[in-house]
Design a protein. Structure first.
Length: 381
């Protein structure tokens, strides 16, 4: 059945942003960016609000409670149900359900058809889903009790996924807090230069006229919190990879430069043996001495006191923040007692094992949830 026959499609609007008296009133007003940050099925409040004058000036429509907000551009396909009356900007084609369709059922149907919605987008500058396209969408319409049952099953499955994810984050925070406490006990602080088993060195750059094919890590291998050996690429180089440029197990890699200041100086340890894969010149490599074990050094490097030093050491040119070997050498690092380092290493191993188990469970839940969504709208639940 055409969606336009069971729900009223409502376009949003925006008052003039340069008129102060239009803003800061009692009327909630949503944007797609808020739905993106929210990541929830319900929207209770908005960052910006309109006055009565702002509402009247632009023809903003007020959506009654229980409407389904659907972002129609930048990006297409974000969905939420409002729990208070509100307006939206022009990035929405929202739906006010009739008495023939339940808002939670409509929410989950739209949520499970994101790819379809995005395929309907049109436009030269940016893709946008038109009101007519939304109205033409064909939606299955079982009886209301069946709609309620399907929505309840999907709500419950979504809540389970959310709880599992929260458990994972809670476990991470608890272990990280214990590691941080052990680091804070440390009274010995040394510059990184005194904790090296060998000199730091930069990686290698591909060559336009290169004749030797080889693999090299990309920055994503070290900027996501843990070493990811899958983040690599093939390229041409002026010479075969030298032994001291290889990303071998136990090597520590630091991000030399990035447009995001928070990623500059990020450090990970290479945790598996790679065959002939080099690290790029956007990274600095070294091995730590026996005075500090690898998990302790990586944890200490992420400690707020060290991160503050890295922020001050970073220099920016053309929007790219950079550190070099000289500035890194002088970064002061807490060095806990040997027994505390052993505890940190054990906690880090526990966190890695637990995170892997929880991540695997979350993947299984995601697969189950996708299957439930697929079956729900094929009449197979």
């Amino acid at each position: 059945m055409p969606l336009g026959e069971v729900a009223r499609v409502v376009s949003g609007a925006t008052p003039k942003t340069g008129v102060p008296e239009y803003w800061g009133g009692p009327i909630p007003w949503a944007t797609p960016a808020e739905l993106s940050r929210l990541g929830s099925s319900r929207i209770h409040a908005t960052e910006r609000t309109l006055t009565e004058a702002g509402f009247s000036s632009s023809g903003v429509n007020i959506l009654p409670v229980g409407s389904v907000l659907l972002s129609s551009r930048a990006p297409i396909g974000l969905v939420a149900i409002n729990t208070v009356p509100m307006g939206t900007n022009q990035g929405f084609k929202s739906l006010v359900p009739s008495d023939r369709v339940l808002a939670p059922f409509l929410y989950w149907w739209l949520k499970s058809h994101t790819a379809l919605l995005q395929s309907k987008g049109r436009g030269a500058t940016f893709l946008e889903l038109s009101k007519a396209e939304v109205e033409r969408l064909q939606i299955p319409l079982p009886p209301l009790p069946e709609q309620r049952r399907i929505a309840a099953i999907l709500d419950e499955a979504a809540a389970l996924r959310s709880t599992w994810g929260e458990t994972r984050e809670s476990a991470r925070r608890a272990i990280s807090s214990r590691i941080s406490a052990l680091l804070s006990k440390s009274t010995d602080i040394k510059p990184l230069a005194q904790l090296l088993a060998e000199p730091m060195r930069n990686g290698i750059s591909p060559s336009r006229g290169g004749r030797y094919e080889g693999e090299v890590l990309t920055l994503s291998a070290i900027t996501r919190g843990a070493f990811d050996p899958r983040q690599r690429k093939s390229d041409l180089f002026a010479a075969p990879h030298a032994a001291d440029k290889l990303a071998i197990e136990g090597l520590h890699l630091i991000c030399r430069g990035n447009g995001n200041a928070e990623l500059v100086g990020a450090m990970v340890a290479v945790t598996e043996q790679l065959d002939g894969v080099a690290f790029p010149d956007t990274m600095i490599g070294f091995r730590p001495s026996s005075e500090i074990n690898s998990p302790t050094l990586v944890a200490a490097w992420r400690h707020p006191t060290v991160r503050d030093q890295l922020r001050r050491a970073a220099r920016t040119t053309n929007g790219t923040y950079k550190v070099n070997q000289q500035s890194l050498s002088s970064i002061m690092v807490p060095v806990p007692r040997r027994e505390d380092q052993e505890q940190i290493a054990a906690l880090d191993a526990e966190r890695t094992k637990l995170d892997s188990q929880l991540a695997q469970g979350l993947v299984s839940l995601d697969e189950l949830f996708a299957s439930l969504q697929h079956r729900a709208f094929r009449g197979e639940l």
